[in-house]
Design a protein around this ligand. Sequence first.
Ligand code: GTP
Ligand code: MG
Length: 238
Amino acid sequence: MQIDFSAREITVKLVYYGPALSGKTTNLQALHAAAQEGTAGRLLTLETRDDRTLFFDLLPLTFRSRGDVSIRFKVFTVPGQVIHSSTRRLVVQGADGVVFVADSQVDETQNNGASFMDLKSNLKAHGVALKEMPVVIQFNKRDLPNVRTREELAELASRGKEPVYLAVATKGEGVVETFLGILELSWRRLESEHQLSKKFGIDGRQLLLDVSARLGRKGGLDEALAARVGGKVPKVGG
Ligand SMILES: Nc1nc2c(ncn2[C@@H]2O[C@H](COP(=O)(O)OP(=O)(O)OP(=O)(O)O)[C@@H](O)[C@H]2O)c(=O)[nH]1
Ligand SMILES: [Mg+2]
């Protein structure tokens, strides 16, 4: 996170991590499409001809909270292909939160696991333990045949500390919910480290409400946050 006191601006870095082709870039495209006017900047993507992320994608999102503070999110994706490990290490540096986008297909189980280990080692390279990092897991591609069952994922979620979301990123399903989920976790962490509510008068729950509305979500916030399966999440802002 960066705090610019004179500009009254807070910048939060979120990273979408996961194996190749799990749908990280598609998540950013869906967020970009969902964002109301004036919220999203240009979606920067650097891809090869076959749509594989070569370096990273970056989506800037800006929310003006109550009061005079701007909250900017720099939302990155890493390139999932195994060969790009050093790039992933670079991109994940200084992250305030990570969305791990897993592929729900049974055949991708091993790739998901390998990528999660890769995340752990790349965080460790920056002196950050995985358990200290706010992480939510998204199981994407729920529309495909031969995916792991909801029950199986619920069981997996109940064993881990990370909240799990189900998504079909190509249809935008579960994308905003996942984003609100990582925002809630990351904000909690930043609040406890930097006392943002005291210094800037930002109310965590109000921020989540504002972001939810700016991302075009019609339903209630609690409903969105309750879309997760498992995980141990204390509430933001009481
Ligand atoms: N059926 C289905 N296809 C999806 C879904 N999400 C993404 N895809 C497709 O999966 C392919 C890969 O998606 P990307 O978003 O480019 O994947 P990525 O994780 O960014 O891949 P890398 O950049 O190589 O790491 C594309 O053809 C997407 O359209 C989904 O929910 N369902
Ligand atoms: Mg990509």
